[in-house]
Design a protein around this ligand. Structure first.
Ligand SMILES: C[S@@+](CC[C@H](N)C(=O)[O-])C[C@H]1O[C@@H](n2cnc3c(N)ncnc32)[C@H](O)[C@@H]1O
Length: 233
């Protein structure tokens, strides 16, 4: 069943999502369905999204949620663990990673404050497994003053992400932008209305090839450019 159907037909605990998120989630998450995986969601509220992930991903998913509200502990059930703490508390986040290990998927649906989104991302993004996905949702708050946001305000997660586009492309900037662990470990960034997805993936080298038959019918295998991997660890 699609995530949209699971959401729309939900008669369990309430789940809060903008409707356009569902097909977008499905686009990035479908490959994880019915596989062993671990997911961390920041922000439980009524626990509905945790149950939705459980129904969507199936019997092999291990869901961990964190929330600042101690009442969220009540949302623990089979396949769902909840830890109480602040998403801007680095030590708390490190403890969660130490307890549960690295995650395949992290969804930040917590305070929606840019400062918190950035702090969580800095600690948790390196703790996403290779080819895992990190998503921050409700990024419209980054434009709102009541969330310390504002258009092109350099302390927002949106602005951080715009700069990360350059870091993703650092190999091609002729030394202007340093190649970082983010460059090396990130395969893609996808921007949507109010959401950003980061997909992990490590390219052994950037390789620009010409392959095929030339006008005389000879098969070509020609290397136009090759950018070797720079170790950043
Ligand atoms: C938008 S709700 C989560 C909705 C839920 N994921 C869903 O889809 O139904 C936000 C949650 O984040 C929690 N929260 C707010 N500030 C937080 C913080 N600094 N650290 C962790 N959780 C926080 C709130 O208690 C609330 O439960």
């Amino acid at each position: 069943m699609s995530l949209w159907h699971l959401f729309n037909l939900n008669d369990g605990k309430t789940v809060f999502k903008w409707t356009h998120y569902l097909p977008i989630y499905e686009r990035h998450f479908e490959r994880f369905v019915n596989r062993p995986l671990s997911i961390l969601e920041i922000g439980c509220l009524h626990g509905g999204s945790l149950q939705m992930w459980k129904r969507y991903f199936g019997p092999l998913v291990n869901i961990v949620a964190i929330d600042i509200d101690p009442n969220a502990k009540a949302h623990e059930e089979d396949q769902i663990s909840v830890r109480i703490g602040d998403q801007s508390d680095e030590k708390f986040l490190f403890n969660v990673v130490e307890e549960f290990g690295q995650f395949d998927i992290i969804v930040d649906d917590g305070s929606h404050l840019p400062e918190h989104q950035i702090k969580s991302f800095k600690v948790l993004y390196p703790n996403i497994k290779d080819s895992g996905v990190y998503v921050v949702e409700d990024l419209h708050t980054n434009y709102w003053p009541e969330y310390s946001g504002g258009l092109k305000k350099d302390t927002t997660f949106i602005e951080l992400s715009k700069n990360l586009i350059d870091e993703l492309n650092a190999y091609h900037t002729r030394g202007v932008v340093d190649v970082t662990e983010f460059t090396n470990s990130t395969f893609s960034m996808s921007f949507y209305d109010s959401m950003i997805f980061f997909e992990k993936g490590r390219l052994p080298r950037r390789h620009d090839l010409i392959i095929g038959k030339d006008a005389a019918g000879n098969r070509l295998w020609q290397e136009k450019q090759s950018v070797p991997y720079k170790n950043t660890k």
